[in-house]
Design a protein around this ligand. Sequence first.
Ligand SMILES: [Zn+2]
Length: 478
Amino acid sequence: MILTGHLSTSDKARSDYAYIPFDVPAGIVRLDIRYSISHPRDAADLRGEGNTIDIGIFDPRGHEFGTGRGFRGWSGSDRDRFFIAEDAATPGYLAGPIQPGEWHVIFGLYHLAEEGCDYQLEIEFTPGPSTLTAADPPTLPGFQPALNDTPGWVRGDLQCHTQHSDAKGSLDTLLATARTRGLDFLAVTDHNTVSHIHEFPAQAGQRPLLIPATEVTTYAGHMNVWGLRAWQEFRCSAADRVAMRAIIDLAHAQGGLCSVNHPKTDGPPWEYGDLPYDCVEAWQAPWPFRNEESLAFWDALLMAGRRVIAVGGSDYHQPLLPMQGRPHLLGQPTTWVYADALSVEGVLAGLRRGHACVSADIDGARLDLRVFDGANWREMGDTARPPTGEISVTCQVWAGAGGMLRLIADGAVIAEAPVDADDWRREWPRIASPVRYLRSELIRRNLLIGGWMMLALGNPVFIRRGRQVGPTLKVEPT
Ligand SMILES: [Zn+2]
C-alpha cells in the first residue's frame, strides 16, 4: 500500500502532529513501514531550510491525547523505516499483535519548508498464522527489585539514550559502560518511547539499578519523566502550555517525577514557562556547555519562591562500543542522591526530597549543606523556618581540594572559602537568614578558557521566613 499527501505550514500552525489513517486487514503478523519526504533538511544543520518530519504509530486501540492506548512506537527522524511483528520490532517500537482495523501513522512536524512537505508512505503487510495468545502488547514491566535496603548516598546518571531513540548502541552496551564507570543507578531516557523499558527485566538484580524513564521531546522543550509505570504522553504543540500542563499532571498521576532538561541555548531551551515540574537539569554534559545559562534558569525559579530540585544528566548518546563516548562520558555529570534504599522508589523519593548534589564526574568533588534554623538541622532540599532571622550553616566537601566553596543566598554570593583538604568542613554560625534559599557550590578557575568551572552543585535549603505579626508568629505557606 502506498499513501501520499502534503503537509503545509497551516497544518503545522494547527498542530505539530498529523495523523495518517490506514486499514490493516485480518491475518497480518508483521507490518513494515517506510517513508520519504520532499526537500529533507540536512540533519547536521538544524538552522537550515527544508523539512524534518518525525514518525511514530498507533494501533486501533486509539491515539487520543492522554490515554495513548494504541501507542506502538516512535523513532523521531532517526529512521526512514521500521517494522512491528508479533515477537520483534525495530528499536523504539513495541512488538505484539498486528490488530486488524484502523491504525494511524503519526507525523511530528518538527520543521517545514516554506512550500510545505510532500510525503510518501509505503506500508507492507505480511500475512500468516498468529502465534500469540494475548490480544494486547505487553504493558510496561514493574520496577526492578531493590539492589539493597541500606540508606546512603548513591550516584547515578539521570539522562542517557540508546538505539531505542537517537543513540547508536544497545541497552547492553550502555550498561557495560555504566558498570565500568561505577554507577549505582541509571535513568535511560529515550525520546518519546518506552520500548527500552521492556528490556529492563533481563537486567534485574545487577548494577546499575535502572530507572524507567522517557524524555518527553517536543519542538519547544524537553522534559525527563522518571518512574514510569505506563506509556507517557508527549504530544504537545510548541507553546501549548495547557497541553504541557496536562502532560505533567498525567506523569504525576502515575507517580512520575518531571524534570525540565537543558534549559539553555541549543539545549534546546524550554519555552513553556513555569509549570509544576519538580526538577531542573541545571547541569547537562560537561560544565562549559553553556550550563551557566541553565544555572541562571534554576536560580531565577528559586528567587521566585519555587521549590525546584537541581539535577544533572550527561545526555550521553552512546556509540556502538562501550566507552567510545568522546567528547564526554556517561556520568559527566553525576547526580548523588541520599536514598533510603537502592531501589527505584528510594532514588525517586530522595530526588523528590532534594537530598541531592551534582558532581562533575563519578569520582569528582561533592558537597553537603546543613542549616540550623533555631529548632532543627535542615538538609539540602528541606525547608528551614528560622523564627529569629538568623541561621547557622555547615558545609562539608569531599574530594574538592583546590576548589572554592561559595554560599549563594537569594541569588547572591554571601561567602567564599578556599577548600584545602579532601575532607573539608566549614561552619558559619549565626548569620542573617536569606528570604528564599541558601545553596552551596564548589568552583575552580578555568585556566584554559577563562571564567570558572563548576565542580559540585548542591541543592538549597529552602527558607520560609516567619513574619512577626503582632505578638504571634505567622509562617508563610510553602
Ligand atoms: Zn533533550
